[in-house]
Design a protein around this ligand. Structure first.
Ligand SMILES: Cc1cc2nc3c(=O)[nH]c(=O)nc-3n(C[C@H](O)[C@H](O)[C@H](O)COP(=O)(O)OP(=O)(O)OC[C@H]3O[C@@H](n4cnc5c(N)ncnc54)[C@H](O)[C@@H]3O)c2cc1C
Length: 403
């Protein structure tokens, strides 16, 4: 058994850990870092995307090597209209995340390594090895804690190669012209090249059950309608992301502290956009903060991240109102109407919604106007207490977040 001394050890080598370790190594190359990932590569099997305005221009600069593809605009399709959003969009693949982060981090990355326990200064691996460090940051992915009430954005994606050019020239962020099913359904398309396409069938649903066969057959239907029936399938991915409806962030952090003295980051620290469930912009921002933070010690980093997570939870309460409109006020088959109205608003407002920079006027624009659902139901869903008047949608054994 070996014992080593590190400055920082990251548990898990997914998105948040890989970006934080990478940025820390860039800004403080003398630091002794270790990323412990149980899979054979960093990042698992994902494509992560984000809007150009979700992160600051300086952050986009250091993220550049991770981008496999960028587009200048996006398309939205609803039954009543189609439009372009003139905002750039970028994608990162797990392969690229692994290659770029491992190249800089070198021996600081250990894959195929299962962490079994950790406290503030020691990590224990499945083979019994003990590792000592000044700072432990647990980035082992989402934890489901019933003190936060959530709905789900879930999806299955097929990456395909079409036999002829597929004709999609920019990301289709939402094709909601498809038959509705299991809440709000839309198809998401990412054209990596003229024959290479990611097709994701997505649902804003009350439960997290993912029937991959059923969804797979809906993707096949969509493919044949679009003339891509004979496409070659290259890869599959699926996910169940949290959509925050309400909850008690104090209790969430009390529970984290009771479970473990380690700092945590990523989805484990509830750092995600409340409506889209996306966590890449929060992971980039935290990577930048950690890379400049001192002292890099577990207790100080834990306090820093907890404070940030609480602050973001409070400042993002408006998104939870919007989510309750979707999940509490609207019946599942009505959800598309709310989204259709939202996507008829201005390009700037949509950018500010994604990037968490809404102005008071934007918030009024989102809530006021001809309501796509009855006013009385919308009004009842605004306070967080409305959650107590509905059957719980969390806590069922199948309600697990996957990534
Ligand atoms: C398929 C999919 C697509 C997504 N697309 C987007 C997107 O486009 N944009 C966006 O912003 N967000 C997206 N998300 C949401 C979110 O960004 C991801 O879930 C993100 O990967 C979360 O980052 P994380 O670091 O918290 O956890 P993860 O990336 O899940 O990392 C956790 C890591 O910990 C490892 N691990 C777990 N237990 C142990 C252990 N005991 N020992 C060692 N290692 C362990 C896991 O193997 C994993 O690699 C997507 C999620 C999914 C599932």
């Amino acid at each position: 058994m070996k014992t080593r001394q590190y400055d920082v050890v990251f548990l898990g080598g997914g998105l948040s850990a890989a970006l934080a370790a990478y940025r820390l190594k860039q800004l403080q190359p003398e630091r002794k870092l270790l990323v412990l990932e149980r899979g054979w590569t960093l990042g698992g099997n994902h494509i992560w995307s984000f809007h150009n305005t979700d992160i600051a221009p300086e952050q986009l600069q250091w993220m550049e090597p991770f981008l496999v593809r960028s587009w200048p605009k996006q398309t939205i399709r609803f039954p009543r209209f189609r439009r372009q959003i003139r905002t750039g969009y970028h994608s990162v693949t797990s392969d690229r995340l692994h290659d770029v982060a491992s190249r800089l981090l070198g021996e600081s990355v250990r894959t195929g390594t299962d962490v079994v326990s950790a406290d503030a200064n020691e990590v224990v691996l499945a083979d019994g090895e003990r590792i000592t460090t000044d700072c432990v940051i647990d980035c082992r992915g989402a934890l489901r804690d019933p003190v936060l009430e959530i709905g789900y954005q879930k999806f299955v994606g097929h990456e395909v190669e079409t036999s002829a050019p597929h004709g999609v020239t920019e990301p289709v962020i939402m094709d909601a012209t498809v038959p509705q099913h299991d809440g709000y359904r839309f198809v998401y398309l990412l054209p990596f090249s003229e024959r290479h396409l990611l097709i994701e069938d997505t649902y804003y649903s009350d439960h997290s059950r993912l029937d991959t066969e059923d969804i797979g057959s809906r993707i096949l239907e969509y493919r044949s309608e679009q003339g891509w029936g004979d496409a070659n399938e290259l890869r599959r991915e699926s996910g169940v992301l949290p959509v925050a409806l309400g909850g008690d962030i104090d209790a969430f952090w009390r529970n984290r502290r009771a479970e473990s003295p380690c700092a945590c980051a990523g989805l484990r620290a509830a750092l995600f956009h409340p409506t889209t469930g996306y966590s890449l912009p929060d992971a980039v921002a935290l990577a930048d903060i950690l890379a400049r933070f001192t002292p890099l010690e577990t207790a100080a980093v834990q306090q820093l991240i907890e404070k940030r997570s609480r602050h973001l939870w409070e400042s993002r309460s408006f998104f939870r109102i919007v989510n309750r409109m979707l999940f509490v006020a609207a019946r599942p088959d009505e959800r598309w109407r709310i989204l259709q109205r939202f996507y008829s608003l201005s390009n700037g407002l949509i950018d500010r919604f994604y990037s968490d920079r809404l102005t008071p006027y934007d918030k009024v624009r989102i809530l006021v106007g001809r309501p796509p659902i009855p006013m009385w139901r919308a009004a009842k869903a605004i306070p967080e207490s409305s959650l107590r008047r509905r059957p719980p949608i969390h806590g069922a054994p199948q309600d697990k977040l996957t990534s």
